[in-house]
Design a protein. Sequence first.
Length: 630
Amino acid sequence: MSDRLHTLSGYLYEYQKSIAQPEEFWARIADSFHWRKRWDKVLKWNFEGPDVKWFVNAKLNITENIFERHLYTIGDRPAIVWEPNEPGEATRTLTYRELFREVCRFANALKSKGIQKGDRVIIYMPMVPEAAIAMLACARIGAIHSVVFAGFSSSSLADRIIDCEAKAVLTSDGNFRGNKKIGIKSVVDEALEKSSVETVIVYRRTGQETEMKSGRDFWWHQVLEGQSDVCPAEEMDSEDMLFILYTSGSTGKPKGVVHTTGGYMVYTKYSFDNVFQYSAGDVYWCTADIGWITGHSYIVYGPLLAGATTLMFEGVPTYPGPGRFWEVIEKHKVNIFYTAPTAIRALQAFGTDPIQGCDLSSLKVLGSVGEPINEEAWHWYHTHIGKGKCPIVDTWWQTETGGIMVSPLAGITPTKPAYATLPLPGIQLCIVDAEGNELTGNSVEGNLCIKFPWPSMIRTTYGDHERCKQTYFSTYQNMYFTGDGVKRDHDGYYRILGRVDDVINVSGHRMGTAEVENAINEHPKVIESAVVGYPHEVKGQGIYAFVICDMTNRTEDNLINEIKDMVSKIIGPIAKPDKIQIVPGLPKTRSGKIMRRILRKVAEGQLDSMGDTSTLLDPDVVEKIVEGRK
Ligand code: PRX
């Protein structure tokens, strides 16, 4: 394969080339794909707009690059292997040929319901192959999918449906998660109360009783009846939208990150191939949910574009026991395993007993994603799962970057615990100080920016381009600002230090503090609240909420429980605060701004390094908060 890197010197050479001549570099990578019409120009860009176009005027369909390009060579190779929640239930395997057939049939079903190129389709589904089929069927006909994590509440789902003006929702009756059976269609029904969605297609997974609204709701198996397995791919412009994925930022409302077709395709395949060093026949397993970007780029698009076998897991790491991940690795002879530090830490807590007796000898490469991996978890992963012989690729990237930006290349880049190491070819990182001055040389620490476009970068935030500009391209001139702090050490290796904005990372899930505060403030007894993150042994960061309440006729305990339920209901259980402290006031400056720095110190328990509190409106409030600390 021409675009595969094999050695460290090869990587360094390609990296230099990708910086010196980016257009030539990416044209060469893109040449190995199938384009219906080649581009007129590789790249047109400015970061003021921002206005970024890759493979200008090229025409293609991403699914032709997954299916038609592979069928003659690897049509019988497993594309998706599905492991259900219940270990006793049968595994499902879909070869490339079978998956193609299902995608075409479902694409025709969507067309029969009037879904066309450019329409937005919400996918709110469990981890079943049909979720991937739904995404690819949308891509086949040029509809824009927006997958919403099935753990989000009806009101979060409703916000997303309304924001993108979705025409259809694809969902299931329910979801098996560990020993629970969770209703999903009922959540959709609640979300749809205020929307104009015309069509809902429901996949039968749990068989639970499900209300169907006549004329709007259809069973998946019924819409498939009689559908042809031939569906010509819609011709897409390289810059046509492929999908929208909502993510949290420092302001209250999640934003719809927009990814387009050509650049996303080229970059996800290129990064998948090179980071994981996938070889033909390998079984690759990424434990993410398709509701997150990791699921989009590295369960569905990247691996399938590369002709890989990608394993999809419906369940949770601890069901029926804490050895489930390791049993699945043994059962499917997984070669490449990609998970999140929070899962590693959670399983580490059970010791090594659940690993004993599992044959993990198929493993060649381990991956980590979603949050900084602490050194202890890194060593545990390396020693007990990788048996000291598997390189760990600690991959740093974001919903907005579309693909992996900084990571070792498996077996090629020497690793260092807790370091994402070096940028991929084409990625021009830049560390800046608070004023935006670039910090050159090694042994520096600052904010992480990117100063040149890459093919899978965010193009806009859906329906609000100004917001995209303000959030990512205005903090520092002519640079994309990631929101992360970073250190470049004496070897030139990068270590991500975590968010520097009002975003917290709970178990690898991004959460805006303002978003959680807004949900807390919905409680009628809440007067004001402030949310910060604090170090949490398993989750990486926990959510700590300081809340001013009207306590009339209430006890502290029942109020705290009610507030937690309120957040669960409004956002979803993943946003439920770990600690809620009822406080008499919040530390504010004379201009009324909450000093979160102080609250963070309280939450972290660093009470002797609170800094200067003399500029506060009411310095005594800090003492009272410290006294009541949880
Ligand atoms: O803070 C960084 C952290 O996760 C953020 C992006 O979150 P999201 O868009 O949900 O995407 C997660 C999966 C790509 C980043 O701004 N993050 C992600 N990967 C790492 C990480 N922090 C440290 N090391 C990583 N490997």
